[in-house]
Design a protein around this ligand. Structure first.
Ligand code: 5AD
Ligand code: SF4
Length: 461
């Protein structure tokens, strides 16, 4: 049985106020957000205090992302900045640890050179953190303690994070598997997160029941490829959704990320049939060119992707789509890029996340020449975002005047006195007026929109 497929840590338990203080900063995807929660739970359970600034911390953990070079640069410069801010505040040095994908990719190298950190702990070794941090922050023999590197994959290491008491978007994250068995040629994830390995269904169901028992109503099932979930050939993702949907008291289920190839008609039909599963699919297309998709080893063509979208639209009432795209993949011609624009226009996504190709050391695509000039990548990115903006304007404008159901998330950043609510198909709406508490169901008439947000009036107040 897996090492950490244990019961939920008790949220009511609080660490003693005197324990060493740890500040955790999270970069990258929601899997890291979940892992940071798990790390927080492990540390609190071992007597550490979690704090929300590096200036109050005895140790800082950076939970990092390697998916693009830029993400790694940000972390390295943050290490320097952390030290500088401590000096400026006339505080002593702080223990710094790097967790997550960079720890796995760069290992011991992160403990060398001018930006050397004390601890490097990879994605499957977080159970070692309490012991390692204790040595560094309060060593038994009074010495400064030695740093350490713990990396390497353990298929059975699955963390169960305590649910956040007040999750930002009202949805409790639940990681259902880790790693990835696809071999998309641009992607570092199979190297940093290792092979796909599932959390046991009983553990997932237990975790969600625990969230519901604490008042949670919504979960987001997480994984690099949740749609590839497969437990011992007896349960696939559609089957897991059925079991999760049967949990009494749970109202909404979202999931991230789906692989287009795994969006079988049966899965889409199941999503359409289960009322609790939200009609929103984040299914990264990456490109609309078959030649590029082939070099990326995405295992579908643009036509197959569009057929999937068509089926989903028939099977799932009111479904909306979001996607990721990479521009400037090796060998991408202008015609290839036009094919991406075509696909984006055909699908009419609510939202896309688009990135310039970033060559990652050791991935299969690194053997291809990174031959699209930086300027061309920039121009394509800008054009793609521009086309999407036009599509969203059309989609959003057609919604104005519609009455929708939504769920409260908390105060909006602006304007003052406004509340953020989210529809089942993941549309954000800002509503003025009396407080809408997180989790409250509301009926809203959409009155307008800007960049990615609708404005609305509450009808049931
Ligand atoms: N360069 C640019 N973008 C990448 N992504 C993954 N690897 C790379 C890379 N090497 C993007 C993909 C993925 C998202 C999480 O990050 O679009 O879906
Ligand atoms: Fe990377 Fe492809 Fe796996 Fe996604 S499916 S994590 S893009 S290898």
């Amino acid at each position: 049985m897996a090492t950490f497929q244990n019961s939920l840590p008790d949220l009511t338990r609080r660490a003693p106020a005197a324990g060493p203080a740890v500040y955790i900063e999270t970069y990258g995807c929601q899997m890291n957000t979940y892992d940071s929660q798990a790390i927080g739970g492990l540390l609190e359970g071992a007597g550490f205090r979690l704090v929300d600034t590096e200036l109050a911390a005895d140790a800082v953990l950076l939970n990092t992302c390697s998916v693009r070079e830029h993400a790694e640069h940000k972390v390295i410069s943050r290490v320097g900045e952390l030290r500088m801010r401590r000096r400026q505040a006339e505080l002593g040095p702080v223990v710094i640890g790097i967790c997550g994908c960079m720890a796995e990719r760069l290992g011991d190298d992160l403990r060398k050179g001018p930006k050397a950190v004390d601890l490097v702990v990879g994605v499957d070794n977080y159970d070692a953190l309490p012991g390692l941090l204790k040595d560094l922050t309060a060593p038994a023999d009074g010495s400064g303690g030695a740093g350490a590197t713990r990396t390497g994959h353990r298929l059975d290491a699955h963390y169960v994070a305590p649910p956040e008491l007040y999750p930002v978007n009202n949805s409790h994250l639940v990681t259902i598997h880790k790693g990835c068995d696809y071999k998309c040629t641009y992607c570092i994830v199979p190297m940093t997160r290792g092979p796909q390995s599932e959390k046991a269904p009983a553990v997932i169901l237990d975790e969600i029941a625990g969230i519901v028992a604490r008042g949670g109503r919504e979960v987001t099932l997480l994984g690099q490829n949740v749609t590839a979930y497969r437990w011992q050939d007896s349960l696939d993702f559609a089957g897991l959704l059925e079991q999760v949907a049967a949990i009494d008291g749970l109202e909404r289920i979202r999931f991230l990320t789906g692989h287009p190839r795994d969006m079988h008609p049966h899965l889409m039909d199941t999503i359409g049939r289960l009322d609790k599963v939200c009609p929103w699919l984040h299914v990264p297309a990456q490109s609309g060119s078959d030649a590029v998709l082939r070099r990326m080893k995405r295992l579908y063509t643009a036509a197959e992707y569009l057929a999937m979208v068509d089926h989903a639209r028939r099977a799932i009432a009111g479904v909306t789509f979001s996607s990721d795209f990479i521009v400037g993949f090796p060998g991408e011609t202008d015609a290839d890029f036009r094919a991406t624009l075509d696909l984006v226009r055909r699908v009419e996504y609510d939202q896309i996340f688009s990135f310039k190709y970033s060559e990652r050391p050791g991935v299969p695509a690194a053997r291809l020449a990174d031959d699209v000039p930086v300027e061309a990548k920039k121009e394509r990115l800008a054009e793609l975002m521009d086309v999407q903006q036009g599509i969203w304007a059309k989609v959003a404008q057609a919604q104005v005047g519609q009455v929708v159901q939504a769920v409260g998330e908390g105060p909006a950043r602006r304007p003052a006195g406004a509340w953020r609510v989210r529809t089942a198909n993941n549309r954000k709406v800002v509503v003025l007026g009396a407080e809408i508490a997180a989790g409250d169901a509301v009926t809203v008439r959409l009155t307008g929109w800007d960049a990615t947000t609708f404005f609305g009036d509450r009808l049931d107040a």
